[in-house]
Design a binder for this molecule. Sequence first.
Ligand code: GLN
Length: 482
Amino acid sequence: MNLSKLTIAEARRALDAKEYSALELTDAYLTAIAEKNPEIHAYLEVWENTAREEAKKADEMISRGESRPLTGIPIAVKDNILIEGRIASAGSKMLEKYTATYNATVITKLKEQGAVFLGRTNMDEFALGGSTENSAYGPTKNPHDISRVPGGTSGGSAAAVAAGMALVALGSDTGGSIRQPSAYCGVAGLKPTYGVVSRFGLIAAASSLDQIGAIGKTVGDAQLLFNGVRGYDKNDSTSLPDSTEIKSGKRPLRIGVPRDLFASRLDTDSSARFEKTLNSLRKKGYEIKDIKLFSDPQIPLAVYYIINPAEVSTNLARFDGIRYGLSVTAPSIQEVYSKTRGTGFGPETRRRILVGTFVLSSGYADAYYRKALAVRETIKADFARAFSAGGGSSFGGESVDAIVTPTTPGPAFKFGEKSDPLEMYLEDIFTVPVNIAGVPALSVPMGTVARDGKDLPVGFQIIGAHGSEEILFSIGNDIEQV
Ligand code: GLN
């Protein structure tokens, strides 16, 4: 088996045909991890023994003729998704020794199907960042150039898939954390519609923006993993009914390009890759048209960096040295709080808590937080207008089936290159509007650009209306063919 080319469909065929066993497949991945992980540092922990046991169970399911789409498929899991009895640290010292007491719903679903869990992958602390440099356990390296970041926050998951250390991986995306690392590592990553995949058992960053999603070498792999974890869950109060899905019936599809959102921010060679990809879609019969999406392209990022810190500061209030994780002993309760939080959280996490506490504080909440919530509604309305039949005046009365942009302004950057937090935040400018509106988006590779003699992948982002994942997969498949 060639792990650098293997897809779920091919593994499924070979496993069911008994060309190799799930145990052999798992062992092949464990060997690849032992070889490559010391350099790439995609995994924080590898679960050799339980992975082998799970693989043996999968082999029994296959022998009994009970194989399901993900039976025996080796999967990497981001370190913020709970597996009962396993440490889930969210890339933080605060939760270094925290052991999950229950399974996330996505894990329960994958266990029922006989999937194999290889280990937990590195991430920016509490899913805050864009490079994995904010992990308390050291960064992950980009398999295409180890002097560069893999992206973040699901950098470990994307690097594991890109380096052939996992067949597919689960990540989470609050403002781009599946799509941006997928683009930088040259793999496919889906951020599903908000509410379509359960967040039960996902360590919360910003609850109204967070979604668990799938990273695979191909669009088909991301789709299979997504199908394996999606579905209504009574344990998640924001979970959507299963009927939300929109089928891709009508052809040809019309695609909108909001150039004013990205034109001025794009590297010239990334821009050329983007135009080439657009052209290939045009040749396949898609109708491509320029649209104006937002009145001001800066607005979504500003809204995001108020709502995200506000929700982060609230969610992370529970890490107080008493209830979970790290506890630093001190003479007074006040000092237990301050010493635990001062040592347990890294600099970016503390920055978000401070900003979030400020924008929520009395006297400022109206000017910042509530204003951001109001503007959030206009961003949702902008997307709704673009996707709704009839459209708006800026669409010439016509709606679009999908909106496309580059996933990021350029390829992966070097370690330390974006030490100014605002520069790092600008990497998210094309991805955050999606989370603000709760719509789905898929990043697919659109070739490479050269930097310092290395070919670095860049990504093409396809955004759809709520529940339109199938449309995104079908466009993504068309791009993959060229
Ligand atoms: N880079 C963004 C942030 O730091 C998005 C992170 C994410 O999607 N989890 O908030």
